[in-house]
Design a protein around this ligand. Structure first.
Ligand code: ATP
Length: 275
């Protein structure tokens, strides 16, 4: 079966005002399979947002190919939903109206079927009692839940999440991670999750892509084979620490991330598969 998302030798340069160019991504290749949860981690400026713009069809790569369901991405597509770092809710609309807004904007109307689907999404993200509330009456975590419901309303095959919890306090952020796992269980999607948090990446993902500093290259791909469903207990699993330390090694000491740490991940994956 062909992968849902596939990047082949993708590079991207931005032109600068001085007639030069900045190489933001260099020769990046990876695949994402149906319903796989893939996290991307890397230092600031390594090209994570560039990756998001290319995948969502907001930009074309200067080299290489970005394919979704086997066809090149040349414009924004309905099969892709995006959850942004800031939920950017419209302050004069209540929760329900914010969730249906993109449909209204696109088609000029909201059918009763869309409204009842919106209600379902609002319930799924745990905001059933807040459907008529205005954004300024919601906490940061609740606002981000509205952003997730809004992205899920179109039932996208692929969900791209750009550091969705980075503006939240540590406790809410952890809670939202578990919430996302629950939602993903209820409504499986193919997810690309961009984050600066190694813990978040290991807890959520099936595969972690590690980017190197600019120009962003893929320095490693690590399969996370921790059993699902995952919970707070998962974080205390010794395998969790092994994965996190391997990722840390690749980010902070890429030249040293050698055979020893790779061997420990391979050993832990074998052990988890055999459990
Ligand atoms: N429109 C642009 N014009 C010129 N250079 C750009 C543009 N957008 C991004 N860049 C450069 O490309 C590189 C990658 O940027 P990008 O925003 O993709 O990184 P990032 O990993 O998302 O960063 P952060 O984690 O800080 O959000 C950076 O060096 C940035 O300065």
């Amino acid at each position: 079966m062909q992968p849902y998302v596939s990047l082949k030798n993708v590079s991207h340069s931005y032109p600068t005002d001085k007639g030069k160019s900045v190489l933001a991504l260099q020769n990046v290749s990876f695949d994402i399979e149906k319903h796989q949860f893939v996290a991307v981690v890397g230092p600031s400026g390594c090209g994570k947002s560039t990756l998001l713009r290319l995948l969502s069809g907001l930009m074309m790569p200067t080299e290489g190919q970005v394919n979704i369901f086997g066809t090149a991405v040349t414009e924004p597509r309905d099969e892709i939903g995006i959850v942004f770092q800031q939920p950017t809710l419209l302050p004069w609309l209540n929760v329900t109206e914010n969730v249906v807004f993109p449909v209204k904007h696109k088609t000029g109307r909201v059918s009763s079927q869309t409204r009842s689907q919106a209600q379902k999404m609002i319930e799924m993200v745990g905001l059933a009692d807040f459907a008529k509330r205005m954004p300024n009456e919601l906490s940061g975590g609740m606002q981000q839940r509205v952003g997730i419901a809004r992205a899920l309303l179109m039932d996208p095959e692929i969900l791209i999440m750009d550091e969705p919890f980075s503006a939240l306090d540590a406790l809410t952020r952890e809670e939202m991670g578990f919430e996302l796992l629950r939602i993903w269980n209820e409504s499986p999607k193919t997810v690309l999750f961009i984050t600066h948090s190694i813990t978040e990446a290991v807890l959520l993902a099936d595969k972690v892509l590690i980017m190197s500093p600019r120009p962003g290259r893929l320095s490693a791909q690590i399969d996370i084979q921790l059993p699902r469903p995952r919970s707070a207990e998962t974080i205390h699993d010794p395998a969790f620490a092994t994965y996190a330390s391997e990722i840390r090694q690749h980010i902070y000491h890429p030249h040293k991330a050698g055979e020893d740490s790779k061997a420990s991940v391979t050993a832990i994956n074998k052990k988890l598969v055999n459990l």
